[in-house]
Design a protein around this ligand. Structure first.
Ligand SMILES: Nc1ncnc2c1ncn2[C@@H]1O[C@H](COP(=O)(O)OP(=O)(O)OP(=O)(O)O)[C@@H](O)[C@H]1O
Ligand SMILES: [Mg+2]
Length: 433
């Protein structure tokens, strides 16, 4: 690790200056980046590192505001270093710099916990915009977390649901979260939402809040040009009819709010948009299921406050458990009542290292259900773009998810006489019976 020059290190202690750590194995790249950033008054490079391991050490020691991270490096690559930082130093947001621009690759980078990515070669403007934006969002996140925690203190605990006192009855909001990417959030969210419909739980809306890489539209094969971006553009004049037009028609009468068509549009969705959209959806639906993006993304944080229950999904391997633990701790520090948090163990990872009892003890949270690993059934579902609960009605995953849906909508199921066949009431919001 090379610590920045005395003058830049001194400047870096100032309030207005964004302290940057550069991690790249190519010395000339580090130098070029340093030179470029040296022209900016509001940015100071506090150190440089030549591999992921050194980068982690430097981040721990110096707590930079932003880490610029290369991917292919000796000793420890940038993806692993980003994953480690997400757990050990979550206050240091990472911007990945990569030569590979394919969607799947970027997705993996973002799943590791990175906040943004730059595709090499990038311009000076792109670099500066990215650093400043990540820093700004991080600041907002801090303010937001403090506000949430303070709200929790005032009211003993976050009560969940939109303006519970004012709304009387509205939709039940079920938020699906995970401590780490690729844990099965979208599998659970799409199937749970569809299962709620199958169980006669009334009007159900699935919201894809994985704003950068949401794939609900792909998973359900929804060729629909309208997304949450349309709602953000007309945030001022948002009304139920317009929201209805933007929603796509999913399986079994499910309505779906799709994620933006490209990752950068996701950045435009602010907490206040999320709140306004949920306010409207809440009046028009009985249940809202939310597939979330990163656990600390602004829209996810907003949803935590609004949700009636939070389903935390994860497999049983050690890195996922570490992340799940961190997520549960964060929810606890936000004073989300523990009875609102339900754990869903997803066995899709063959290298499971924990059993259920050890897990429950370790995480001190209720395991609501466990989804078995079923690559054949899940693979067929993804390929045909038909939810498991529809395409494989007898699969164990279907049984588990439907039981979970009944638990989340007990009144609806009781009203249907327990057979889940209650016809949904006809209301203004279009949905198929
Ligand atoms: N129980 C399971 N059995 C078989 N395959 C599974 C199971 N759960 C998840 N998968 C597979 O694992 C992958 C990740 O699942 P999914 O996309 O639902 O995760 P995610 O948490 O939404 O990921 P991301 O963070 O990318 O949004 C998918 O290919 C999915 O089909
Ligand atoms: Mg997903």
């Amino acid at each position: 690790m090379t610590v920045g020059s005395e003058s830049s290190a001194a400047v870096a202690t100032g309030d207005e200056v964004i302290r940057v750590l550069i991690v790249d194995d190519i010395a000339s790249t580090r130098e070029n980046l340093q030179k470029l950033l040296a022209f900016e008054d509001d940015i100071a490079v506090v150190a440089t590192a030549g591999n992921g391991r050194e980068g982690i050490d430097a981040a721990r020691e110096l707590s930079p505001h932003v880490v610029l991270m290369d991917v292919n490096m000796p000793v420890m690559d940038g993806i692993e270093a980003t994953e480690t930082l997400a757990i050990e130093a979550p206050q240091c947001p990472v911007v990945i710099m990569s030569v590979q621009g394919e969607r799947d690759y970027l997705r993996r980078a973002m799943q590791s916990g990175a906040r943004a990515f730059l595709i090499k070669p990038f311009s000076g403007d792109e670099l500066l915009t990215s650093i400043r934006r990540v820093h700004q969002v991080e600041g907002r996140k801090g303010t937001y977390l403090r506000r949430l925690a303070a709200a929790g203190e005032d009211s003993v605990a976050l009560s969940g649901g939109i303006a519970v006192a004012a709304r009387g009855r509205g939709a039940e909001i079920h938020l699906v979260m995970a401590g780490k990417g690729g844990c099965g959030k979208s599998l659970l969210a799409t199937n749970l939402a569809t299962a709620l419909r199958l169980e006669g739980a009334g009007r159900v809306c699935l919201v894809d809040l994985d704003l950068q890489f949401g794939d609900v539209g792909v998973l359900l094969n929804l060729a629909h040009g309208r997304t949450i971006s349309d709602l953000v553009e007309s945030a001022q004049g948002l009304d139920a009819e317009f929201v209805d037009e933007v929603l796509a028609d999913g399986p079994e009468g499910l309505r779906v709010l799709l994620a933006p068509l490209s990752p950068e549009l996701g950045d435009l969705v602010r907490a206040e948009h999320v709140r306004a959209i949920f306010e409207i959806l809440s009046q028009e639906f009985d249940h809202i299921v939310v597939d979330s993006g990163g656990p600390f993304a602004e829209p996810t944080l907003e949803s935590i406050e609004l949700a009636d229950d939070i389903l935390v999904i994860g497999p049983l391997n050690i890195p996922a458990i570490k992340n799940t633990k961190l997520l549960l701790k964060t929810l606890e520090s936000l004073r989300v009542p523990s009875e609102r948090v339900l754990l869903v163990v997803n066995h899709h990872d063959a290298h499971a290292a924990y059993d259920r009892a050890t897990l429950a003890e370790n995480l001190r949270a209720e395991v609501a259900t466990e989804l078995p690993s079923d690559p054949k059934v899940v693979g067929a579902s993804v390929q045909r773009a038909v939810p498991v609960v529809v395409g494989s009605p007898d699969a164990e995953i279907t049984r588990r998810v439907r039981a979970l849906a009944r638990r989340l909508a007990p009144q609806a199921v009781a009203a249907a006489g327990g057979d889940g066949r209650r016809p949904a009431p006809s209301r203004r919001f279009g949905f198929r019976r």
